[in-house]
Design a protein around this ligand. Structure first.
Ligand SMILES: NC(=O)c1ccc[n+]([C@@H]2O[C@H](COP(=O)([O-])OP(=O)(O)OC[C@H]3O[C@@H](n4cnc5c(N)ncnc54)[C@H](OP(=O)(O)O)[C@@H]3O)[C@@H](O)[C@H]2O)c1
Length: 324
């Protein structure tokens, strides 16, 4: 391992500015047999930190005082950020990735550069994160990720999401649209944008806004875990059991409901698994002029909604898993 250690944190006054000629972040280099014990714990590991999106995320995390490990393919190009250290690894190097991710709580994973083999690279990176003991993966995905997406690269994102879903770690997917930053580059030197887009429209998003949204999720402002919030409010350990379809039908038999109804209940969860219920929209704010409620606020307004979860409460039910 370069430098014989890993823990020193480089502080630099020029926050967020990549300055290759100045002080480098502490660099971790994997070599065979290196013990993960020697790596310090960090709340965040950020990949793609030499790229446009990842560097913006890393700079914003540094600005908010977070320590982080930058997962880069070349430490000489890692941005100098206060509280950051760099670890060299590529997605297709499972052991280097495992070491680079050891001790990181959350892995912010930028999708790799387009490649015929990209899904395999992503799968290897996710497996390495799981092996390293990462608790949460926040993956930069793409709008409309689906196995049949018209945009073939969006299919890669869906396959990656599927692998993350099955991995057992907590996750969040940010399905950004085409970067606004790309639109000017679509015009050729002759001043013509060429492409079979017909009369279609695109709702593009700036990388700056993507990075702001990613950091909101990383720092917990834009998302929360249902079980964590219910546990916090009830003072009880609320858990999630990822049922198989068979288990799901079996555990709802006791309601005595007709088949069509049970199927509706079960498939409401299947739709969540398929990513069909994770569309975040600004429609409530636009139409009503106020921000939509989130779960913490809902529970504050309607504390009775989780009364059945309080231990010893007379309305406490063993079968409290609601239908649907
Ligand atoms: N939404 C859109 O319009 C749009 C447009 C283009 C691309 N994308 C996707 O979004 C991702 C992020 O966008 P961006 O603008 O930040 O792209 P970018 O500037 O090209 O940065 C990509 C980053 O990912 C790293 N990387 C690529 N392949 C890797 C691998 N196999 N293992 C480890 N690291 C790898 C690169 O490292 P190096 O610096 O070492 O190359 C770089 O840091 C892209 O990688 C691409 O998948 C989205």
């Amino acid at each position: 391992m370069g430098g014989g250690g890993c823990a020193s944190v480089v502080r630099h006054p020029l926050i967020g500015t990549p300055r290759p000629s100045l002080v480098r972040p502490a660099v971790l280099r994997y070599h065979h047999g290196m013990s993960t014990q020697r790596i310090r714990d960090v709340p965040f590991a950020v990949s793609g930190a030499t790229g446009a999106a990842g560097s913006r995320v890393a700079a914003r995390l540094a600005d908010s005082g977070q320590s982080q490990r930058l997962i880069v393919r070349d430490a000489n190009r890692a941005p100098d950020l206060p509280g950051a250290e760099a670890a060299e690894a590529s997605y297709e190097e499972p052991e280097a990735m495992r070491v680079a991710l050891a001790g990181a709580e959350t892995f912010f994973m930028v999708s790799a550069g387009e490649d015929a083999d990209r899904v395999r690279q992503h799968v290897a990176a996710v497996d390495a994160a799981v092996a390293a003991g990462v608790e949460r993966i926040v993956y930069l995905s793409f709008l409309g990720a689906s196995p049949e997406a018209t945009f073939t690269f969006a299919r890669d994102h869906w396959h990656t999401e599927e692998h993350i879903r099955a991995s057992g770690v907590r996750y969040a997917f940010l399905r950004n649209s085409l970067y606004l930053d790309m639109l000017p580059t679509m015009a050729g030197a002759d001043g013509v944008i060429r492409g079979p887009a017909g009369d279609g429209r695109v709702a593009a998003v700036a990388r700056d806004d993507v990075a702001d949204a990613v950091v909101a999720v990383l720092l917990g402002e834009g998302g929360y875990e249902v079980v964590e919030e219910l546990s916090r409010v009830t003072g009880r350990d609320i858990t999630y059991h990822a049922e198989t379809l068979d288990e799901a039908y079996e555990s709802r038999v006791s309601y005595g409901a007709p088949g069509w109804e049970v199927e509706g209940w079960v498939t409401s969860y299947s739709a969540i698994a398929a990513g069909e219920m994770n569309l975040v929209s600004d429609a409530v704010a636009r139409l009503t002029g106020h921000e939509p409620q989130n779960l913490p606020e809902f529970l504050r307004r309607y504390p009775e909604s989780c009364q059945h979860l309080f231990p010893g409460n007379p309305v406490n039910r063993d079968d409290s898993s609601p239908p649907g």
